[in-house]
Design a protein. Structure first.
Ligand code: 13P
Length: 258
């Protein structure tokens, strides 16, 4: 089996201005040591307006923290007021970009088709998408979480070639567990993350599927991360609220010590 480096990514959502971002990343960098960075890849996903400041800090101080954006335009350039292109994110040396977060699907009506276009826009600019998928409460209650989530994976990966899909990160984030304090059980997380890996093997091949990192997201904290990371198909966490607290996020990075 391929060894996958865990990816702990902090999705700040609409929190921390650029000055707060600098202080936050400085604190995080100071708290993490070389051993942490060898064991785990650590990334922050700040609001657009913070990215230039984070880039300057990370590059100036040669920090090992990686960073990315929370969204990307499906378009290359032009008359799309308020949107930010992949080329602009690449120019800021972003490593990652979140695609299809449930908050964008819910509040901005993002469809699987749009997510597909955004995944392609990311690869066009050598950005790694963190593709978010996951079911809402109704779907979970009906027991349809696997079918629902796999349909989102299929939609977002339509016509994405293997050379690109091999580097994607997929975050399984059940909507009912986001910001609610209600974390999925490790078994819940494994059920869907394992099914996602199985679908990647069907869409591409087993070798590719074994390489792709699949994160869990939804109320991850220092106290619950170890049990989730112990699951064979969970390769990291996409962390919302707890990533705004440096000490808590460091505990998550150090999940092996919990
Ligand atoms: O949506 C999330 C990360 O993208 C999860 O948010 P919380 O960790 O705040 O539940």
């Amino acid at each position: 089996m391929a060894t996958r480096t865990p990816l702990m990514a902090g999705n700040w959502k609409m929190n921390l201005n650029h000055l707060e971002a600098i202080a936050h990343v400085q604190k995080l960098a100071f708290a993490l040591n070389d051993k942490d960075h060898e064991a785990v890849e650590v990334a922050v996903l700040p609001p657009f307006t913070d990215l230039r400041s984070v880039q300057t800090l990370v590059e100036g101080d040669k920090l090992k923290i990686r960073y990315g954006a929370q969204d990307i335009s499906a378009h290359v350039s032009g008359a799309y007021t308020g949107e930010v292109s992949g080329a602009m994110l690449a120019k800021l040396h972003c490593a990652y970009v979140v695609v299809g977060h449930s908050e964008r699907r819910q509040y901005h009506n993002e469809t699987d088709g749009l997510c597909n276009a955004k995944v392609k826009a990311a690869y066009l600019n050598d950005l790694t998408p963190i593709l978010c998928v996951g079911e809402g409460l109704e779907v979970r209650r009906a027991g349809d979480q696997v079918a629902h989530t796999l349909a989102q994976v299929d939609g977002a990966l339509k016509d994405v070639p293997a050379e690109h899909a091999a580097s994607i990160v997929i975050a399984y984030e059940p909507v009912w567990a986001i910001g609610t304090g209600e974390v999925a059980t490790p078994e819940d997380a494994q059920e869907v993350c394992g099914a996602i890996r199985g679908r990647l093997a069907e869409l591409y091949d087993r070798e590719l599927a074994e390489k792709v990192r699949i994160q869990y997201g939804g109320s991850v904290k220092g106290g619950n991360v170890a049990a989730i990371m112990a699951q064979p198909d969970v390769d990291g966490a996409l962390v919302g609220g707890a990533s705004l607290d440096v000490d808590e996020f460091v505990r998550i990075v150090r999940f092996r010590d919990q």
